[in-house]
Write a protein that binds this ligand. Structure first.
Ligand SMILES: Nc1nc2c(ncn2[C@@H]2O[C@H](COP(=O)(O)OP(=O)(O)OP(=O)(O)O)[C@@H](O)[C@H]2O)c(=O)[nH]1
Ligand SMILES: [Mg+2]
Length: 484
C-alpha cells in the first residue's frame, strides 16, 4: 500500500516536471515567423488563384479565421491583412512580427499580449472600414453647401487683370447629330462657369465634324474650340478582337440580361476610347486637366472660383458629382481581370487608397456576381480629371491589360467602372474630390446642393423617379472618404 502510494506520488511528480518542461520550452520557443509568413503566403496565394481573393473575400476569410481579430503588428496595431498582397513589396517584414500562428492553416492569436494589444483586439471587432467610418453625421444636402475649402485661396475671375489659368480644357466626345444637345450643355456651363474663366473646348468625333457643328458650337462660347477626328486605330476594335464573337455575346447580353446599349458596337467603342486612347490623344498633350461634358446635361449652380486651379492647388486627381451602382452583367470579369493585373503589380496599389469603397457589400449580389466588386462607381459623364494620372505608366499598363483581355467588346465594360477601379486602387483617397457644390444632372440622376447659387433643382433630390434613389451609393463613398 505504502509502496503503491509512493509510486503514485513519484509518477505524478515526474508527469508534472515533464509537463512543466514542455510548457517552459514552448513558452521560450519564439514563434516561427518565417513559417507563419510562408503559410500565410501560400494560403493567400491559393485564394488569389481563385481569382476572387483580393479585398473582401480575403478580408472576410481572414476575419473569420481569426474569430474576428485582425492580426497585430509589432506595435500592437491591428492590420487589415489583405492590404499585404502576396508578393507585395509593401511591407513583408511586418508579417514576420505578427502575433499570429497558422497551425493547420488557421490563425491563432499568441499570448501573452500587452494591454495595448488587447485593447486593439477589442477595438478590432469591427471591420476596418466600419472602424474608420467617415460618414457625415448629417445629411450633406440638408446643410448649406459652400465652396470647397482650399489650402490656398480659391482663384477668382478678374475683370482688370487676367486670372491665373490652369492648363485645362472641356472635352466632349460627341456626334454631329447631337449638336442641339451639346449646345444646351455648353450654354449652361458657359453661363454658370466658363464665361468667367474662358477655358477652351475640344470636341472629339469618330467622323468629321460638319461645318454646321463647328460654327454653332463656336458661337456658343467666347473661348477657343478645337475639333478632332479620331484615328480609326484608336476608335475601332483592336485586331485581336473577334468581332463575330463580340456580336454574338452582345446580342445575348442584350436579350437575356437586358443590358442597355450592349448590342451597339459604337457604345463599346465609346467606353473603350474613354477608358484609354482618350488620354493619350495628341490634342491633349499641352493640357493637365479636363472636364468632361456630354450633350443634354444640366449645371444648376453658379461656380465663382476656378475649378481647375482648385484641382491643381489641392493636389486632386479626380473630381466627381454622382456615385451609382453599375449593372453587374456589363462587368462580370472586370474585377477578376483587375485582380490578375494587380497580382503582377501589387506595387501599384496605393497604401491609402479607397479600395474599401470598391469592395463594400451594400449589394452583396453584385459582389457575388462580379467576383468582389461592389459596382459602385464615379458616374463619368461628369468628371474632372488630372490627365497625368491617366497617362501614367501604371494606368496605361492597367488599361492595356484590360484591353488585351477583350472585355470592352465581349462584355460591356464601361469607362466609369474602369476609371473608378483604377482611382480606387492606385491613388490616395484624399486626391479624389466630391464636388458637392456643383449642381449637375444627366438623366436620370442629379447632384443638387442646398445653396443660393443653385436654381432649377431640389436640394438632395437624386432622381425624379424615387424608385431609382436606391441606385445612389455615395453614402458608401462617404464611409470611406468622408465628404471632402
Ligand atoms: N462621336 C461619337 N460620340 C459618341 C458615340 N457614342 C457615344 N458618343 C458620345 O459619348 C458620350 C456618351 O454616350 P451616351 O450615349 O451619352 O452614353 P450614356 O451616357 O451611357 O447613355 P445615355 O444615358 O443615353 O446618355 C456622349 O457624349 C455621346 O455623344 C459615337 O459613336 N460617336
Ligand atoms: Mg450620356
Amino acid at each position: 500500500m505504502k509502496f503503491k502510494k509512493r509510486l503514485l506520488v513519484l509518477l505524478t511528480t515526474i508527469t508534472g516536471i515533464v509537463s512543466l518542461c514542455v510548457f517552459v520550452t514552448l513558452m521560450l520557443t519564439p514563434p516561427d515567423f518565417q513559417k507563419t509568413w510562408e503559410n500565410f503566403q501560400s494560403i493567400t496565394q491559393e485564394k488569389w488563384q481563385d481569382g476572387v481573393a483580393m479585398g473582401s473575400t480575403l478580408n472576410s476569410w481572414l476575419y473569420e479565421s481569426t474569430n474576428g481579430h485582425w492580426p497585430l503588428n509589432q506595435d500592437g496595431d491591428s492590420q487589415d491583412p489583405s492590404f499585404l498582397l502576396p508578393g507585395s513589396k509593401l511591407d513583408l517584414v511586418q508579417y514576420y512580427h505578427l502575433n499570429v500562428s497558422l497551425p493547420d492553416g488557421s490563425f491563432q492569436l499568441q499570448s501573452p499580449l500587452s494591454k495595448k494589444q488587447i485593447d486593439s483586439i477589442n477595438d478590432s471587432k469591427k471591420l476596418p472600414w466600419e472602424k474608420s467610418d467617415l460618414s457625415p453625421s448629417k445629411n450633406p444636402w440638408s446643410e448649406n453647401t459652400n465652396e470647397p475649402e482650399s489650402i490656398v485661396p480659391l482663384v477668382r475671375p478678374s475683370k482688370k487683370s487676367p486670372t491665373r489659368k490652369a492648363r485645362a480644357a472641356f472635352i466632349s466626345l460627341v456626334r454631329n447629330e447631337e449638336l442641339k444637345g451639346i449646345i444646351q450643355s455648353m450654354k449652361e456651363l458657359e453661363e454658370k462657369f466658363n464665361s468667367k474663366f474662358n477655358y477652351p473646348w475640344i470636341f472629339f468625333n469618330d467622323k468629321e465634324f460638319t461645318k454646321d457643328f463647328k460654327e454653332m458650337t463656336q458661337a456658343a462660347t467666347k473661348a477657343k474650340c478645337q475639333y478632332v477626328t479620331l484615328d480609326p486605330k484608336d476608335w475601332l476594335e483592336p485586331d485581336w478582337i473577334d468581332t463575330e464573337k463580340a456580336l454574338r455575346l452582345n446580342n445575348k447580353m442584350s436579350s437575356k440580361n437586358h443590358v442597355q446599349y450592349a448590342a451597339m458596337a459604337s457604345y463599346h467603342r465609346m467606353c473603350r476610347w474613354n477608358s484609354g486612347p482618350f488620354y493619350t490623344n495628341p490634342a491633349l498633350k499641352d493640357y493637365d486637366y479636363y472636364w468632361r461634358v456630354e450633350p443634354n446635361v444640366h449645371y444648376y449652380c453658379s461656380i465663382d472660383y476656378d475649378v481647375f486651379a482648385y484641382m491643381q492647388d489641392n493636389n486632386k486627381d479626380y473630381g466627381f458629382t454622382v456615385n451609382v451602382y453599375d449593372s453587374p452583367h456589363t462587368i462580370k470579369s472586370l474585377w477578376p481581370t483587375t485582380v490578375s493585373f494587380f497580382k503582377q503589380h501589387p506595387e501599384y496599389m496605393h497604401p491609402n487608397s479607397s479600395r474599401q469603397w470598391l469592395l463594400q457589400k451594400s449589394r452583396k449580389d453584385h459582389n457575388d456576381y462580379t467576383g468582389g466588386y461592389s459596382t459602385c462607381h464615379f458616374w463619368s459623364n461628369f468628371e474632372i480629371g488630372r490627365l497625368d494620372f491617366f497617362r501614367s505608366k501604371q494606368y496605361q499598363e492597367y488599361f492595356n491589360y484590360l484591353d488585351s483581355e477583350g472585355g470592352f467588346f465581349y462584355e460591356r465594360w464601361g469607362d466609369a467602372p474602369v476609371h473608378s477601379i483604377a482611382l480606387g486602387l492606385m491613388t490616395d483617397k484624399s486626391r479624389i474630390h466630391w464636388f458637392k457644390d456643383i449642381g449637375y444632372n444627366h438623366l436620370p440622376y442629379s447632384n443638387c446642393p442646398k445653396s443660393k447659387k443653385c436654381k432649377g433643382c431640389v436640394a438632395g433630390k437624386f432622381s425624379p423617379w424615387s424608385d431609382l434613389d436606391t441606385e445612389n451609393c455615395i453614402q458608401e463613398w462617404f464611409k470611406v472618404a468622408g465628404t471632402g
